[in-house]
Design a protein around this ligand. Structure first.
Ligand SMILES: [Ca+2]
Ligand SMILES: [Ca+2]
Length: 354
């Protein structure tokens, strides 16, 4: 059994807890190493992973934990189409009065990965649900190296942008996203050729964890035909908002909500699907409220019907044979398009060709 499969037995996984699950998964890879082409060096890397796993951030480092680093997240807008990227900006700020050494790689990984391999983990939950959205990848990133640590002057920031539509199994809907930063290392972990081991260098980096505030966003098409103010009903207020929009007046909506007339499930608010949003749409909303007939240009979702498409092709978590973890020199697999801060971002789906 390989690492990724270990995660796929929900009952076993639940019983074990995430720490035990991870630890066992890594141990399993070492145990299986004799049957694979994992080298001694890679075995050591795995052993290091186990050693470093399981700690939430311990106090220590040059600066005391708390009020040293601040974490913020940002989105350029709060409404996205289902085929669009959702670039989340993650900003780490030195909020202390002193310069600090910080792990500024800001690698976004599954919250169940060992701490050295996830400076940033996200919690994304559908509104009104407690179930977190699943992380869509099985990532192997190495320890943060020399380029991944930076000295941050007071108020200085490090930033990374991650496409959360790519990283997470998001479907059309409303979500809330919150981020956590965690660093458990005193400095970069580098491969020492003399000893043949990975060595954690103590540069007094800040060991701490910190959470960001949360943001709401919407992936669409989503919502219901005619509910132009996104308050989950189609009524005279929606007709009024449509008229206000048509008259160039301000519109009150329940955010996140697409702008009326924006290209979103055809034109948002175009309840008769004739290609424009206007007073006729408001009238038809009122007719619908009064249970009168409404003419539409078909195909067109009826007023009150869901604007969400049929289940989108969601990204499956790939499975495959266990592949050797990063070799010492690289600690990196196939580079991908996220903007990293001072370090190689890399990831791979299990089973992908290198
Ligand atoms: Ca409404
Ligand atoms: Ca119309």
């Amino acid at each position: 059994m390989v690492h990724s499969q270990q995660w796929q037995d929900p009952d076993a996984a639940k019983g074990q807890g995430s720490n035990g699950r991870e630890k066992e998964a890594y141990q399993r890879e070492i145990d299986n190493a004799d049957n694979t082409d994992i080298s001694e060096m890679e075995k050591k890397d795995l052993a290091e992973r186990i050693k470093d796993y399981g700690g939430s951030a311990q106090p220590g480092g040059a600066a005391p934990p708390g009020d040293t680093l601040g974490l913020a997240i940002g989105l350029a807008t709060d409404v996205f189409k289902s085929d669009e990227a959702v670039p989340l900006t993650i900003t780490l700020t030195n909020v202390s009065p002193n310069s600090v050494q910080a792990n500024t790689r800001l690698f976004v990984n599954d919250g169940e990965a060992p701490p050295p391999f996830r400076e940033v983990s996200l919690s994304i939950t559908p509104m009104g649900s407690a179930d977190e959205v699943e992380f869509g990848w099985d990532v192997r990133v190495g320890f943060p190296g020399s380029d991944d640590f930076s000295e941050l002057a007071p108020d200085a920031t490090a930033e990374n942008t991650a496409d959360i539509a790519d990283l997470y199994l998001l479907e059309p809907g409303r979500y809330e996203v919150c981020a956590s930063y965690e660093n458990t290392l005193l400095g970069p972990t580098v491969f020492d050729e003399d000893s043949g081991e990975f060595v954690e260098q103590d540069i007094g980096a800040v060991k701490m964890s910190v959470d960001s505030d949360c943001l709401a966003f919407l992936i669409g098409p989503f919502g219901r035909q005619g509910d132009v103010d996104c308050d989950n009903d189609e009524d005279a207020v929606d007709a009024l908002q449509t008229l206000r929009k048509t008259a160039g007046l301000g519109v009150s909506q329940n955010a996140p909500c697409p702008e009326i007339g924006s290209e979103f499930a055809s034109l948002f608010g175009d309840v008769d699907c004739d290609g424009s949003v206007g007073a006729v749409d408001a009238l038809k909303l009122l007719r619908s409220v009064a249970a009168l007939s409404v003419t539409q240009t078909e195909p067109c979702p009826d007023i009150g019907d869901s604007l969400a498409p049929a289940a989108p092709a969601s990204q499956a978590t790939a499975t495959g044979p266990g592949l050797p973890v990063a070799a010492a020199a690289g600690l990196a697999f196939v580079a991908f398009g996220l903007v990293g801060v001072g370090g190689a971002y890399s990831r791979r789906r299990w089973g992908d060709e290198r």
